[in-house]
Design a protein around this ligand. Sequence first.
Ligand code: PEP
Length: 275
Amino acid sequence: MRKKLVIGNWKLHGSLLENQGLLNRLKQELHHLDGVDAAVCLPYVYLYQAQSALQGSAIAWGAQNVSQFTEGAYTSCISAKMVAEFGCTYTIVGHSERRALKLESNQVATKRLLNALHAGLTPIFCVGETLDERDGGMAELIVRNQMLNVVYGLDNEAFALAKKLNMVIAYEPVWAIGTGEHATPEQAQRMHAFIRMMIAERDREFSEQIRILYGGSMAPKNAESLLIMPDIDGGLLGRAALVAEDFIDTCRIASHCWQQQVKLKAQAQSPAVVV
Ligand code: PEP
């Protein structure tokens, strides 16, 4: 049974003082939740603070991106290896806000993904369509194109690393990010199942193991309806990750959904009682 994974993407938010309060609250409240892993992805400059605050806790931390380069004359770039030195477990790659700023093509996102894997980081690879693309009936085509490099573009060595490090996919419809409008559970489930099927084209075992998160205005008020879906293995949260109660409540809801799914699975597997 896949554990749920709830990750906060802090984006361009935070200060040393505010972060300390938020990290302390998360550490206090999220020390034992069945079936849930939790993590926060912060701006680079706060990774040391996260490491100091969260080391030894149940919460992992990570970066919001890594460079497509590994070393050299690339002013302002931060490599995956540098990020790994701060104890990071995760890095986000290919977030739509990066793609929208035209900083990230599928090819560049794949290079970042490879660098993350080679540095021992678990990439959270983001995919998702715009509203125009959805309205034009192209949502699956767009997501398929974004996924192609991951499914077929990685050589066997990189794919084995992705498996070993439990690479994560985040389905984030662009129209739902930061808008307060989320995909319906049915829309999200359909896309998650589609992504899982694509991964199965290359490796059936990995398709059962990989966690596919939903991102786009997830909050306590809609989390249960999304997280109870069979192929939605967690959430990537932006706005709701900045409010301790919202992030903590979403993690608790994820745990509740996981427990429900475990029960359902056990019932489905128990032999039928013949009267
Ligand atoms: C995100 O940026 O990944 C995100 C999902 O943001 P929000 O939750 O604010 O929509």
